[in-house]
Design a protein around this ligand. Structure first.
Ligand code: HEM
Length: 351
């Protein structure tokens, strides 16, 4: 039978090891953030992606449950209270949904700070701080503060669709920064080497450009449609059928481009991960199209629209990640090339 290691044995009573265990656990958790290994950094960056995507989904929940003006004031919930309380003429549940979303923002801000600290402390190759990662990680806490201010403008302008659109698109930009951090923290500092033909990469960038257009057109449909987030708020004065048609037409163009991209990646020898992401992107766009048409022809049921927003977020994450798989920048832990010592004779060039 194996003996119990000395440091785990309880010197007096049963409480000691558990206190020890808690301290060890706390130290291990702190190490994950304060001295992250490449695997830990990747997981923390993934948490940043989930958090920044999560706030889009809770924000969509606020709009789709008609709770957009549940807290009619900002930064306080109501004129007299920082939390959800009192009477505002709106059902209490709306106030709690909107206030709950504000609390989620606080939780997400804490995650963003942890991501930033981890990026600051990350030294995978022993060559000092990775400034590129620190800049990318800074986007998360700074962006959330910007989003909080934008959210305030949205509330104080009674959900003006222009500001709702800016708020949504800014969230998508933050998701892109979080995905870029996730991808970059697994790459080294070497020069960029393309893993596919330059033309194929250009094509992929073009498809992602059309996706940006698609997402923007979607926000115009939302700003025109009936799911405004509260009753009697401003709307874009556009024909709903027309803007939805335009949005769907861009979708067909996007689907065509992504079919060509997925086939191009498969047939032109792209890395396996890029090929997999290409097929995943195509499948998600197909599903998104089905949800889009279904919601349009069934009178925009809020639950289905929530899945449409979730689908758009997932598509965006996969598309941005795909772009990073088309290149290589060396191993993340590649050591610095050795500096020649002063006076050393360089190797003679080989014949
Ligand atoms: C790649 C495919 C698609 C993407 C990426 C996409 C993306 C989006 C986005 C980002 C929004 C705005 C969400 C918001 O502001 O909260 C939206 C709204 C909308 N989309 Fe799409 N969409 C796609 C396909 C389609 C298709 C094929 C249709 C079919 C008609 C469609 C119908 C709609 C409608 C009706 C809305 C407004 C929903 C509302 O009132 O909130 N979408 N879409």
């Amino acid at each position: 039978m194996k003996s119990v290691p000395g440091q785990l044995a309880a010197p007096s009573g049963a409480a000691a090891p558990s206190r020890h265990g808690v301290a060890n656990l706390a130290r291990r958790c702190a190490d994950v953030v304060l001295a992250p290994s490449p695997a830990a950094m990747r997981r923390i960056a993934a948490a940043g992606v989930l958090a920044s995507a999560g706030i889009i989904l809770t924000g969509a929940g606020v709009r789709l449950s008609q709770s957009g003006l549940g807290c009619p004031d900002w930064p306080n919930c109501t004129a007299t209270s920082i939390v959800a309380s009192g009477a505002t003429g709106d059902p209490l549940i709306h106030r709690w949904v909107e206030f709950g979303n504000r609390l989620v923002t606080v939780a997400i801000f804490v995650i963003a700070i942890l991501v930033w600290v981890a990026a600051w402390r990350y030294r995978p190759d022993g060559r000092g701080r990775r400034r590129d990662l620190v800049w990318l990680a800074s986007a998360q806490p700074v962006g959330i503060l910007g989003q909080a201010a934008l959210g305030g403008i949205v509330v104080l302008t009674d959900l003006d669709p222009v500001w709702v659109t800016v708020h949504f698109l800014f969230s998508m930009a933050l998701v892109a920064a979080a995905v870029a951090l996730y991808a970059r923290c697994t790459e080294g500092r070497g020069p960029t080497r393309l893993l596919v033909a330059r033309e194929l990469r250009l094509f992929a960038c073009g498809a992602v450009g059309v996706l940006c257009l698609m997402i923007t057109a979607g926000t115009v449909v939302t700003g025109t449609g009936p799911l405004a987030g509260a009753r009697s708020v401003p709307r874009f004065h556009l024909p709903l059928g027309g803007v939805t048609q335009l949005h769907a037409d861009i979708g067909w163009l996007l689907a065509g481009l992504v079919i060509a991209l997925a086939l191009g990646l498969r047939l032109l020898g792209a890395p396996r991960r890029a090929v997999r992401l290409g097929w995943a992107l195509l499948a998600l766009i197909g599903a998104q199209g089905v949800i889009g048409y279904t919601q349009y022809f069934t009178g925009l049921p809020a639950g289905l629209v929530w899945f449409h927003v979730a689908g758009a977020t997932a598509i965006w994450i996969v598309a941005v990640r795909l772009l990073f798989t088309l290149r290589d920048r060396g191993r993340v832990d590649a050591a610095a090339p050795a500096m020649p010592s002063p006076g050393a004779v360089p190797d003679a060039p080989r014949p």
